[in-house]
Design a binder for this molecule. Structure first.
Ligand SMILES: Nc1nc2c(c(=O)[nH]1)N[C@H]1C(S)=C(S)[C@@H](COP(=O)(O)O)O[C@H]1N2
Ligand SMILES: [Mo]
Length: 242
């Protein structure tokens, strides 16, 4: 009984590895696998391929109750005014002049104000933030689903990745699969109030199926691209599914 269990496990392992090898091969023969060529990022490539190929459909991140909300530290950049004169000016005017630029492989490039974003149907979610440094925190986020904004702009058939540009100079991207996830939102509210400067005002990304640093704060531009551009020069993985 014990022996056959071991054989079964070993067989499963061998079959599994062979299967993964085939998947890896199939995926790598596609035109532009994310990160392909960056040897330091081959590990997260594998996670990406496994998740995208093996997980059927979109699963939701756990949502919590109001009573579960915890305190959340503000980390990384907590005020981009020192990096950006433009941000400093916007902040002085309570972000009344803030505009989100949308460009790249879209049919209708343009800009949306905070009021424009608030006209879309909003989504509120209480979720757990997982920082790559090990801490977690639960907060309530309100914003517009990224999918609504992307549909409003109209993604061209060639579009494959969504790049975010931030006032502190961060540039990062996600694929369309994560971009259209129902819990991927451009958040302008936190715990029932307007998003504060330390947490990314006026608008930040909340992407609940990836680790904390992917939820980019202080966004000013969204750019849809046809090909993966590796902006990662800070040594973190590009794909960080949780
Ligand atoms: N533009 C920008 N986005 C960012 C960061 C940053 O420094 N700049 N830090 C990231 C990291 S590492 C984490 S854990 C969260 C922190 O969000 P918080 O400051 O609201 O807790 O934002 C992420 N998004
Ligand atoms: Mo983080």
């Amino acid at each position: 009984m014990k022996k056959s269990a071991i054989i079964t496990r070993r067989q499963a392992l061998v079959t599994g590895l062979a299967g993964m090898g085939t998947l890896l091969f199939q995926q790598c023969s596609r035109p532009t696998p994310p990160n392909y060529g960056n040897i330091l990022r081959m590990g997260d490539n594998f996670t990406y391929i496994a998740q995208r190929t093996l997980l059927p459909g979109q699963s939701l991140a756990k949502e919590y109750r109001f009573a579960d909300i915890s305190s959340m530290p503000a980390t990384g950049t907590t005020n981009p005014a020192k990096y950006s004169e433009a941000y400093d000016q916007l902040q002085r005017n309570s972000f009344a002049d803030w505009q989100l630029r949308i460009e790249g492989s879209v049919d209708r490039p343009g800009s949306l104000s905070l009021d424009d974003l608030k006209k879309f149907i909003s989504r509120t979610q209480i979720t757990k933030h997982h920082c790559e440094e090990g801490w977690t925190a639960i907060a309530e986020w309100t914003g517009v689903p990224l999918s609504s904004v992307l549909q409003h702009a109209g993604i061209k058939a060639s579009g494959r990745f969504v790049n975010f540009h931030s006032y502190d100079g961060w540039i990062d991207s996600i694929d369309l699969y994560d971009a259209f996830h129902p819990q991927t939102i451009l958040a302008y509210g936190m715990n029932g109030k307007s998003l504060t400067v330390p947490h990314g005002a006026p608008v930040r990304l909340r992407i609940e199926k990836q680790i904390g640093f992917k939820s980019m704060k202080y966004i000013h531009k969204i750019e849809v691209t046809d090909e993966f551009v590796d902006h990662g020069d800070i040594g973190w993985a590009w794909y960080n599914g949780i």
